[in-house]
Design a protein around this ligand. Structure first.
Ligand code: HAM
Length: 424
């Protein structure tokens, strides 16, 4: 029997990897424009870290973690908890009170796999630690929006505030009282959540639950004056940056550490998986994990979901791998000098394709087209004898002679310069 990959764990093949690299490069570029610095943390942590930060009564902790029970360690289901652990462990705030950090990497959740939902998936994660000002919330959201805009993706932004430890507990009590009155019609999960995590009932996707919670009290009406002011200022700052958003008082988020601002970037183009990215504030988390009383805000975007959206763009806008030049070595005598020339060009920073099979020109030109070569250098026995190769522009099909004289080093340098000029 052939061995296949595990369900929900996917290979990223070269045609997809080029799209991923494009997304990652854009993300790094934009994050760094906002002063973000990269952090890389291990893919496993002590289980307790996730239980304490994400929350015991969340789906992630209750049902989705890959845990080595005998070792007490878990494959990370998200990046925020690990970044906070590293931040505290290395006292990063001592070096610089406000830390802007980003991470890119795989996460693991035991969910039911479907389009855009995997068990090993990848996140682009960004966090700003140590700043409480509402403008920071707006700036971070604007950074996420800029990335999606520059990738040419259209998404909608939804915004909510989840309040703080002052205004949320009394709201929860009112919500539980409301839910207990309507509990008959709720789904089994929500009946249980009414006791364990009542806010989650608000964003249950089942139509019957949705209809019932439509009239539930709204947290936005119950915010304390500080949270209300903060949220108003976030909205004002977003308007100032011309970032459109829609308020959604039913958006709760599946992780327990959130306070105040929460947001989601949504798409209608991925079926059931609407969230391309999401995040929010977590003002008590660092202290809860034994660190200083610092606030933070962040988001994570799903790389698979962004890549799927990018795939739906017109073909001309798809990132592809390219080769600068393909060397078509025809005839046994040309193989050795052409391989030396290829090596010399690669040393000059040129992307070179070459084939040593001795196939004919037609087959080699086909191969050059398949690897997206911009130029093909044709060198047959005659060209080698007369020291005149043929340089073919693969887009225009124009051909021009190039002198093959000089040592390999000279020739590669000259050809590399020539290609750079032709490329621009
Ligand atoms: P999250 O909403 O759990 O938040 O995940 C963020 C994004 O990761 C989702 O919007 C989605 O694009 C992607 N994602 C989540 N699960 C899967 C999956 N099974 N397959 C594919 N993509 C998935 C967090 O993880 C928070 N740590 C975000 C955050 C950072 N909040 C503050 N800082």
């Amino acid at each position: 029997m052939k061995i296949q990959a595990i369900n929900g764990f996917k290979d990223i093949l070269p045609d997809t990897a080029v799209r991923w690299r494009h997304i990652e490069q854009r993300a790094r570029d934009i994050f760094e424009r906002f002063g973000m610095r990269e952090i890389r943390t291990p893919i496993m942590e002590k289980t307790e870290l996730f239980v304490r930060s994400i929350g015991e009564a969340t789906d992630v902790v209750e049902k989705e973690m890959y845990t080595f029970i005998d070792k007490g360690i878990t494959m990370r289901p998200e990046a925020t908890a690990s970044i906070m652990r590293a931040f505290i462990e290395h006292g990063l705030h001592v070096q610089q009170p406000i830390q802007r950090l980003y991470a890119i990497g795989p996460m693991f959740r035991h969910e039911r796999p479907q389009k855009g939902r995997l068990r090993q998936f990848h996140q682009l994660d960004a966090e700003i630690i140590g700043a409480v000002e509402p403008r920071v919330d707006a700036e971070l959201i604007a950074m996420g929006q800029m990335l999606l805009d520059e990738l040419g993706l259209s998404v909608s932004l939804e915004l909510n505030s989840l309040g703080c430890p002052i205004c949320r507990p009394p709201f929860k009590q009112r919500l539980v009282a409301f839910l207990e009155q309507t509990s008959e019609g709720l789904c089994e999960d929500c009946k249980r959540r009414t006791q364990t995590n009542p806010l989650r009932v608000l964003d249950c996707k089942k139509p019957t639950c949705r209809a019932l919670v439509k009239d539930a009290p709204s947290l936005l009406d119950a915010l304390c004056p500080d949270c209300d002011r903060h949220f108003q200022e976030v909205q004002g700052a977003l308007q100032g940056l011309e970032i459109p958003f829609r308020l959604n008082p039913f958006m709760v988020r599946g992780l327990d550490y959130y306070t105040r601002t929460t947001f989601e970037f949504l798409t209608t183009d991925l079926g059931a998986q609407a969230a391309v990215g999401a995040g929010g504030r977590y003002d008590g988390l660092i202290e809860e994990l034994g660190g200083p009383p610092l606030s933070g805000i962040g988001f994570a975007m799903g790389l698979e979901r962004i890549a799927l959206l990018l795939e739906q763009r017109p073909e001309g806008e798809q990132p592809t791998d390219t080769t600068d030049i393909f060397i078509a070595a025809l005839g046994q005598a040309t193989l050795a000098p052409c391989s030396q020339l290829a090596h010399g060009l690669r040393k000059q920073g040129i992307r070179v394709g070459i084939d040593y099979s001795g196939r004919g020109l037609k087959a080699l030109l086909k191969q050059a087209a398949r690897i997206n070569a911009r130029f093909t250098l044709i060198v047959g026995d005659d060209e080698w004898a007369s020291q005149q190769g043929i340089l073919r522009n693969m887009t225009t099909q124009e051909q021009q002679p190039v002198a093959l004289v000089g040592t390999t080093d000279e020739l590669s340098r000259r050809l590399a310069e020539h290609l750079q000029v032709l490329r621009h």
